[in-house]
Design a binder for this molecule. Structure first.
Ligand code: SAH
Ligand code: SF4
Length: 355
């Protein structure tokens, strides 16, 4: 088993069976985390990129079974920010030193293409890199947002188990999700995707497929977090994912995709008070502190127990900086685009397609 970890650290290539073997055996987890930490240091260094997260609407037309923002949840206080408010939050994020903001929301049709383009233009004029995470759109819409200046797009595949995906996402199609990801990549965005770990009926084999899918999609960033059951959803009685297995999927992703950006996700810290720091020492190189202000944070309730809901953006910024420095790492002052360093073995036919 140790040989497999060495192979992954050296070649960044593992087969599905090899990934499954590592995922099923928990006696060498620390070795996997340490190897992922070395690969992270070698390929992307000690800098941690901060992305300021603006949760601008919790209104959603979709009904994903796992998510607190789902259409049929009537136990949540809904809000949508005025465009000017979202711009104000971005300005403040810039004043705290963020170089990137992430605009995230439910699939809320109030924000028409023109409104989103206006928002993108305003945020880009602040000299910020911009990530959109606003769900499934048509290729034409993705194109308009890209032309308006959006740099990155975050859309998790959630799970590559097609049947499970379609069970958990009523009226959504797995094929369309994949098409969206391909459109986003082709349009020149940095592509972010990822999965939840611990969904009901999710197999270890499918988690291995998820990691291989990230590679096949040539993703530039991958967000992985545990599924945390939300009381106000049909999955309220599920067990949910554990911190350890989520961390392991994340660390294996670093071994296979050595130069991508990987956030230490909020959901990790929800399950373990040191979750983000441990993730940063097991392969992650990005953190996404919340820059949404006031009551809104609390209402953006994907799941209960979300961290920092009563904190201010200024507090979050200094808190995360302190944590990052405490483990000998530094906050990057750059935009944090992926710096590709092709790690494939082109001559033996194992080309990653990214070089
Ligand atoms: N509507 C957009 C973005 C908001 S949801 C979209 O769906 O892409 C952002 C992410 O939250 C989702 O991709 C999902 O992976 C995560 N999420 C939703 N409910 C969750 C839960 N109960 N536990 C953990 N993560 C959850
Ligand atoms: Fe809406 Fe995204 Fe939640 Fe699905 S995961 S219900 S699309 S906010």
């Amino acid at each position: 088993m140790n040989e497999l970890i060495k192979k992954a650290e050296k070649t960044h290539n593992l087969s599905k069976d090899e990934l499954v073997a590592l995922l099923k055996n928990d006696s060498l987890d620390q070795e996997i985390f340490d190897a992922a930490n070395r690969v992270r240091k070698k390929y992307v260094g000690d800098e941690v990129h901060l992305r300021g997260l603006i949760e601008f609407s919790n209104i959603c037309r979709q009904n994903c079974l796992y998510c607190g923002l789902r259409r049929d949840n009537d136990k949540i206080t809904r809000y949508r920010l005025e465009i000017d408010k979202a711009i104000e939050f971005a300005e403040k994020a810039s004043s705290y030193g963020y170089k990137t903001v992430v605009l995230q929301s439910g699939e809320d049709s109030f924000y028409t293409v023109d409104k989103v383009k206006y928002l993108i233009g305003k945020i880009k004029s602040l000299d910020l890199a911009l990530t959109l995470s606003i769900g499934e759109k048509t290729r034409e819409e993705y194109e308009e947002y890209r032309e308006a200046g959006a740099d990155r797009y975050l859309l998790r595949i959630e799970t590559t188990d097609r049947k499970l995906y379609e069970k958990l996402n009523p009226n959504m199609s797995f094929d369309n999700r994949v098409k969206c990801l391909k459109d986003i990549k082709e349009l020149g965005y940095e592509l972010g995707t990822g999965c939840m770990v611990g969904l009901p009926e999710q197999s270890i084999e499918s988690l291995a497929d998820d990691i291989l899918f990230f590679k096949e999609m040539r993703a530039d960033m991958i967000g992985i977090g545990p599924f945390i059951p939300n009381h106000n959803t049909p999955l309220s009685d599920s067990k949910g994912g554990t911190f350890e297995i989520s961390l392991k999927v994340m660390a294996l992703t670093r071994l296979i995709l050595p130069d991508i950006n990987i956030p230490a996700t909020t959901a990790m810290e929800t399950l373990n008070p040191k979750g983000r720091l441990i993730a940063l020492q097991s392969g992650a190189n990005v953190a996404m502190p919340n820059v949404t202000e006031g009551e809104y944070r609390k209402y953006y309730e994907l799941y209960q127990g979300k961290i920092c809901v009563n904190d201010t953006p200024a507090h979050c910024r200094s808190c995360i900086t302190g944590k990052i420095n405490s483990i000998g790492r530094i906050v990057s002052e750059e935009y944090g685009f992926r710096k590709k360093s092709c790690s494939c073995d082109c001559t033996s036919g194992g080309c990653c397609g990214d070089c």
